[in-house]
Design a protein around this ligand. Structure first.
Ligand code: NAG
Ligand code: NAG
Ligand code: NAG
Ligand code: NAG
Ligand code: NAG
Length: 487
């Protein structure tokens, strides 16, 4: 349920969002392939919400989308609230997922609230930078609080125990909802939650190295060789015709600025980042495609000497990803990306979540997956490249960004959450675990660290080939919920 940034080729437009919408239609690349899933599943409903929760004089309102599933509810049972994230809320989650298994066993009423500014929940007429000021985790938590209070009142659920669920960014929201509104939420399951904000997040790619190495220790070494070769070639315009062909670019490669080179290198690295982040997650039910492209598959291509040198194999990976996701050609221009990302229309190319999520990174979280560590498999997209985008896209300076990220940790506590009844599951393969809580803070704030699984793995429906430790983790979370609901 989290959206990585929009990754690699798939990201196309969103070169930055490293999240994963675990509960949304993931918006890597803003592929719109699975939109079909959207409407049919369960009827969408609308909730009147205030635009600005922090200004009593501002009475403007808008309509927020939500979903409800009462099939499992037994009078007296708890209420489960799935928190939407940085992409459209996907109603597939109202029909499947570990939380519904828990709901069935515990007789819970299930609700899912879409996050403001994503999907169909449009608080403002467009996505202008001026309007995006109403997009923040604090406003989103206040939306949740108001939704929770009104629904409890309307449906006679005020004395029921409410439990919040979320994965990735919404995982952090689930933890923070319990932290900031303890009178409204009894417990939270905060999966793959990066609770600590950081401008620079070089650890992400360090985990990518280790995750690739867990398949084959030579795999990240070959990836590094390839990306270094490519970065070298970008310095020589004579090579551009070949690169254009090798990576199937939509138009001839042009590198005029450092940003152009960084954007291109990051886009290609994104192929690996996306695959690692979601490796073998059971995401098919969400409408996700290409789930058979795994770390094993990519490392297999990187090891295939019949394809040529590591550079040629890296290009083969890029073409495999494009074939898999039916992308005709790759747009490699930073200027094109900047143009798409500054389109403020709700029908614009980045309105699926890219423009909004990158705004949140520039004004709250950072999370920039830079190549600043030596122990990672890529090269060429350092922190300055990410930070410059905040200025280019939203007129947010490096100083403003640093200040905003510090404020986020000041407000929520970062790793040092002080609360109770929050369980924090993470997967060892998932690069996001580096900003999450992977050790028990207290008996009431337990971590569940799952060896060998990726982003949000425990939220997806169980299947027979799941690792035994993943099945155990789901059971462990259930036992915690059972215990906490008696408290
Ligand atoms: C382009 O590729 C061809 C063969 O694939 C090679 O012979 C040639 O030297 C390359 N050109 C440059 C400038 O690297
Ligand atoms: C993945 O699945 C698709 C469709 O089922 C298939 O065409 C493709 O060959 C598979 N790719 C790999 C690498 O297994
Ligand atoms: C590439 O960019 C052009 C112009 O911005 C756009 O029309 C086209 O759809 C893009 N192609 C892909 C495959 O993203
Ligand atoms: C960018 O921000 C600065 C101050 O932070 C402001 O003075 C300037 O007018 C802004 N520029 C635009 C184009 O909004
Ligand atoms: C690597 C790591 O942080 N492991 C910890 C994860 O959380 C469990 C508790 O669920 C601890 O026992 C591990 O030490």
């Amino acid at each position: 349920m989290a959206s990585r940034r929009a990754g690699g080729l798939l990201r196309g437009v969103t070169s930055l969002l490293l999240f994963s919408v675990c509960v949304g239609v993931e918006f890597k690349g803003f592929r719109r392939f699975h939109e079909v899933e959207r409407r049919s599943v369960l009827e969408e409903q609308w909730f009147i919400q205030r635009l600005d929760h922090f200004n009593g004089a501002d009475t403007r309102v808008w309509k927020q989308r939500y979903f409800i599933n009462e099939a499992f509810y037994k009078p007296g049972g708890p209420v489960f609230l799935m928190i939407g994230g940085e992409g459209p809320a996907n109603p597939a989650w109202m029909k499947a997922g570990a939380w519904l298994t828990y709901a069935q066993k515990l007789g819970a009423l299930c609700l899912m609230l879409e996050h403001r500014f994503y999907g169909e929940s449009h608080p403002t007429a467009d996505l202008s930078t001026d309007n995006l000021r109403y997009l923040s985790s604090r406003q989103a938590l206040a939306d949740l609080a108001h939704f929770r209070s009104v629904m409890a009142e309307r449906r006679g659920l005020a004395d029921r125990k409410w439990v919040a669920f979320g994965g990735s960014y919404p995982g952090s929201l689930a933890a923070w909802f319990r932290l900031k509104y303890p009178h409204l939420v009894h417990a939270s399951v905060a999966t793959s939650a990066p609770v600590h904000a950081a401008v620079n997040f070089p650890e992400y790619l360090e985990v990518v190295w280790r995750s690739l190495a867990s398949e084959n220790s030579n795999c990240p070494v070959l990836v590094k060789k390839a990306s270094v070769t490519l970065a070298e070639r970008l310095k020589d315009p004579e090579t551009y015709d070949n690169i254009t062909k090798d990576f199937n670019l939509c138009s001839k490669l042009q590198i005029q600025t450092e940003m152009d080179a960084a954007y291109f290198l990051e886009t290609l690295a994104g192929n690996f980042m996306d695959v690692v982040q979601y490796n073998e997650d059971n995401r098919g039910f969400e409408g996700a495609t290409g789930t058979n492209i795994t770390i094993k598959v990519l490392c297999g291509v990187m090891a295939d000497t019949s394809l040529g040198d590591p550079y040629a194999r890296y290009a083969a990976v890029a073409r495999l990803m494009m074939d898999t996701f039916s992308i005709k050609c790759l747009n490699a221009s930073y200027e094109g990306y900047r143009r798409d990302m500054t389109d403020a229309s709700w029908s614009g190319p980045a309105a699926g979540g890219g423009r909004q999520w990158v705004y949140q990174t520039c004004t709250e979280f950072g999370f920039y997956q830079s190549t600043d560590s030596p122990n990672q498999p890529f090269t060429g997209f350092p922190l300055v490249y990410h930070v410059k985008q905040c200025a280019d896209l939203y007129n947010v300076s490096a100083e403003q960004l640093a200040e905003a990220v510090a404020q986020t940790n000041e407000f929520y506590g970062g790793y040092d959450i002080r609360s109770t009844r929050i369980v924090l599951p993470n997967g060892s393969i998932d690069p996001w675990h580096a900003l999450g809580v992977t050790w028990d803070i207290s008996p009431d704030l337990p971590a569940v660290f799952i060896q060998g699984t990726a982003h949000c793995a425990n939220m997806y429906p169980a299947r027979s080939e799941d690792l035994p430790q993943l099945a155990l983790a789901r059971d462990h979370i259930f036992l915690l919920l059972q215990r906490w609901l008696k408290q």
